[in-house]
Design a protein around this ligand. Structure first.
Ligand code: UDX
Ligand code: ADP
Length: 458
């Protein structure tokens, strides 16, 4: 088929690459090019070993790569040849200067805007795909309109709501696609072009159009609401542990109210991932900036509860293992921030491992997909760390297991076999409530779930 239209995506990360693969798959008449400053990443996208693990991604890349999906290092040429440009570069939390630890670091977005301005030879539609603070489009527009000549740029906001581990099905069957634009004739025209792309596979009633600022803010708020549910249930898990209530029963009873809903009520060791903490802190910073300290404090408490949950988990390990971990071997089952991904960004496992090392424990880390990232995350840590992919080998000789990721395989392990290979008394700290606690207790383990009474032999 002749490729009639062109799309560029700047940034070949967790968001940009899978999103473009889906667009390429659903729009076979579009030539979709993804560029990145990280040459190694582009090479990996062009190889048999993709740089990220995501169920279903290999298949979709296999169908489109080299046909109408291309990964390239040539950003300059990409900008010249495409008039629809998605910007999907990273927006980490600032680590320096004003807003350090809270505000989004917009240097990559700004650099990208400057690159677009420098290399453009025709007018473009520039689409914010990265999650950005509300009003970022204004900054982008100011940079893009600082050039001379009659080239124009229309900025749209089109935040991505997919979650890792389910990215491909989220992209294929989204709850909604959100497109924000200026409500000017040019803005509406640009918006219509983007709507046309999604309309190839998304029902019209699910394509939501709003003004630019609503779109930018909605993404931050959606993540804040999701994280808030996790912190809410985690805060209640602390109360359950004091009162002999059972968090799974409470979550079920509460979630069956159709006004509340059952999703995102799983208590655990806390939320991780590249978005939740970053986006909430970003929201907090915006509230402070606009003089709304009460609103800022409200949202900040979601992050504080998340930290509290991780501290509680560590305190539980330390307290139940006779207040000393020095020289004890602790197996960490799962290092990814959630199941079905190799991503470890903001994973609770990082914090928990550091705390265990500071208690002079020997930490054995196991994960089916995240060991490479774990090694990078812990490269600067002092202490005894081993990496063992096979959970049985990882558990052998351990005094305790801490389940940090809800990988399905951990549900199905032969815990009897594991128990036999461990030092006694053996402990399980189930940070995701995924194992059969009663069964493990009967095998001989001392079991510490989240938000449920501990099952102890002493
Ligand atoms: C999130 C949003 O869901 C997605 O819409 C947005 O585009 C990006 O951020 P992601 O971070 O990939 O996606 O994963 P998500 O499934 O939201 O989980 C985030 C964290 O919350 C994980 O650490 C997960 O284990 C935790 N979580 C989630 C819970 O602890 N309990 C729950 O009930 C749900
Ligand atoms: P996300 O989870 O939001 O997709 P990632 O960090 O996985 O974030 O991906 C962002 C990508 O953007 C990285 O691969 C990074 O190299 C790339 N990037 C950052 N700045 C630029 C830039 N100016 N030009 C091209 N790519 C960039």
């Amino acid at each position: 088929m002749k490729l009639k239209k062109n799309i560029l995506c700047i940034g070949a990360g967790y968001v940009g690459a899978p999103t473009m693969a889906m667009i390429a798959c659903k729009c076979p008449d579009y030539k979709v090019t993804v560029v990145d400053i990280n040459a190694a990443r582009i090479d990996a996208w062009n190889s048999d070993r993709l740089p990220i693990y995501e169920p279903g991604l290999e298949e979709i890349i296999g169908k489109t790569r080299g046909k109408n999906l291309f990964f390239s290092r040539d950003i300059e040429e990409g900008i010249r040849q495409n008039d629809i440009i998605f910007v999907s570069v990273n927006t980490p939390t600032k680590t320096f200067g004003t807003g350090a630890g809270m505000a989004a670091d917009l240097q990559y977005v700004e650099k990208t805007a400057r690159q677009i301005l420098e290399y453009s030879e025709s007018s473009k539609i520039v689409i914010e795909k990265s999650t950005l603070p509300v009003k970022t489009a204004q900054a982008m527009e100011r940079i893009l309109s600082s050039g001379k000549g009659n080239i124009t740029f229309e900025v749209l906001s089109n935040p991505e709501f997919m979650a890792e581990g389910t990215a491909i099905s989220d992209l294929e069957h989204p709850d909604r696609v959100l497109i924000g634009s200026h409500e000017t004739p040019e803005g509406l025209k640009a918006r219509a072009r983007l709507v046309d792309i999604y309309a190839r596979w998304v029902a019209p009633e699910k394509i939501l159009t709003t003004n630019l600022w609503s779109s930018e803010l909605s993404k931050l708020v959606a993540n804040a609401f999701l994280a808030q549910r996790v912190s809410s249930i985690n805060s209640v898990s602390a109360l359950c542990e004091k009162t002999d209530a059972n968090i799974s029963e409470v979550a079920r009873a509460v979630g069956l109210d159709s006004r509340i809903g059952a999703k995102f009520l799983k208590a655990g060791v806390g939320f991780g991932g590249s978005c939740f903490k970053k986006d909430i802190l970003n929201l907090v910073y915006l509230c402070q900036y606009y003089g709304l300290p009460e609103v800022a404090d409200y949202w900040e408490s979601v992050v504080k509860i998340n930290e509290y949950q991780q501290d509680r988990f560590i305190a539980n390990i330390l307290g139940s293992m006779f207040s000393t971990l020095a020289g004890k071997k602790i197996g960490i089952l799962g290092f990814a921030f959630k199941a079905d991904t190799g991503d470890t960004r903001e994973s609770p496992a990082i914090y928990i491992t550091r705390k265990l090392l500071s208690e002079h424990a020997h930490v054995v880390i196991s994960d089916p997909k995240a060991l490479e990232n774990a090694m990078i995350d812990l490269a600067c840590e002092e202490g005894q760390i081993s990496y063992v992919e096979d959970p049985y080998r990882a558990a052998a000789g351990c005094h305790a297991l801490a389940i940090m990721t809800d990988w399905e395989i951990y549900r199905k392990l032969d815990y009897r076999r594991i128990y036999k290979s461990m030092v006694k008394p053996a402990f399980i700290f189930d940070g995701r409530n995924i194992v059969d606690h009663r069964k493990c207790f009967e095998i001989g383990f001392n079991v510490y779930p989240i938000g449920k009474p501990a099952l102890c032999h002493f």
